[in-house]
Design a binder for this molecule. Structure first.
Ligand SMILES: NC(=O)c1ccc[n+]([C@@H]2O[C@H](COP(=O)([O-])OP(=O)(O)OC[C@H]3O[C@@H](n4cnc5c(N)ncnc54)[C@H](OP(=O)(O)O)[C@@H]3O)[C@@H](O)[C@H]2O)c1
Length: 267
């Protein structure tokens, strides 16, 4: 029930009337009110009698350099996923003093997790993402580079869907249920949405977000924008087709070493 209330209040905040974003301090960020008459909503709500049905929102939430890369050129040379570009753009995860509760809880259960310590403003954004997560869809490279997250997924306990042409013979056992999807991206997202219920489906890597953007499956993009120019690497917004995609700015949160941007995909 708390989840439903949270989503409802989020939608309500977005439909308040107003004149656009205002700059606020690092702890709060700002929310741009949605324009009257704009169709769709970050969370699609269907009413049936007295019941409200919340469908999973599909989001791309990734860390990106100012020139558009989500990893440096040498990612595949580092089996621990610590390619040089990745290390430079992920500093903000470790530059503060605020831990992320669900990861702390996982650590207490004995699950090996990254030692996240974020600045307070970033922790608020990241914890919102983690708390809202219902399932993850990733490509096979991210799965391999991360060492399959030891069976625990990017967030321990969350179901993970891996699109691939090569189902692995062996999968490490951990807290997350892994599903290998060989019949296409739409099938992966459909299965992930079913698993996520009223929570968010998060897309990882570059190829999966690109395919989903092309297929019109993405509801929201959250970019953790890092002030570095990598110059080369794996670009997030490639291969999107000739027509372009319109976005509406929902929120900007400034934090040390990173700016958190949140957009709705306009359909
Ligand atoms: N900055 C961030 O926040 C962030 C977050 C996550 C990952 N990353 C980075 O993203 C990079 C990986 O992204 P990527 O785009 O190169 O690779 P990816 O999306 O992780 O994996 C691509 C692979 O997935 C499989 N695949 C993709 N779509 C498929 C489909 N529709 N059907 C069947 N199989 C499909 C194919 O592998 P097979 O044909 O071999 O099965 C394909 O080669 C890594 O460098 C990682 O570190 C960055």
């Amino acid at each position: 029930m708390r989840r439903l209330e949270w989503l409802a209040s989020d939608v309500n905040r977005l439909v308040e009337n107003g004149k656009g974003p205002e700059r606020v301090d690092q702890a709060g960020g700002y929310v741009r009110p949605r324009r009257a008459g704009v169709s769709g909503s970050p969370t699609h709500i269907e009413r049936s009698g007295e019941e409200q049905h919340f469908m999973a929102k599909v989001i791309v939430a990734l860390t990106m350099s100012l020139d558009g890369f989500i990893a440096g050129r040498s990612d595949a040379e580092h089996p621990d996923g610590e390619g040089e570009g990745v290390r430079r753009i992920f500093d903000w995860y470790f530059d503060g003093d605020t831990p992320i509760r669900p990861y702390q809880e996982a650590e207490r259960r004995g699950v090996p997790v990254p030692p996240f310590k974020l600045a307070a403003a970033s922790a608020k954004v990241f914890e919102e993402l983690v708390d809202s997560g219902g399932a993850v869809v990733t490509g096979r490279r991210t799965y391999d580079i991360s060492g399959a997250w030891g069976g625990n997924g990017p967030l321990p306990g969350l179901p993970l869907f891996v699109v691939t042409h090569r189902v692995p013979d062996q999968v490490p056992q951990g807290e997350s249920r892994y599903t290998f999807v060989t019949d296409g991206i739409e099938s992966a997202v459909k299965q992930a949405k079913a698993a996520a219920g009223d929570r968010w489906v998060s897309l990882m890597g570059s190829s999966v977000p690109q395919q989903c953007l092309q297929a019109g499956l993405v509801d929201e993009i959250q970019i953790h924008l890092v002030p570095v120019l990598l110059g080369t690497g794996i670009r997030l917004f490639d291969h999107l087709g000739p027509d372009g995609i319109d976005l509406e700015l929902l929120r900007v949160v400034e934090a040390p070493g990173v700016t958190h941007l949140r957009y709705r995909v306009v359909r």
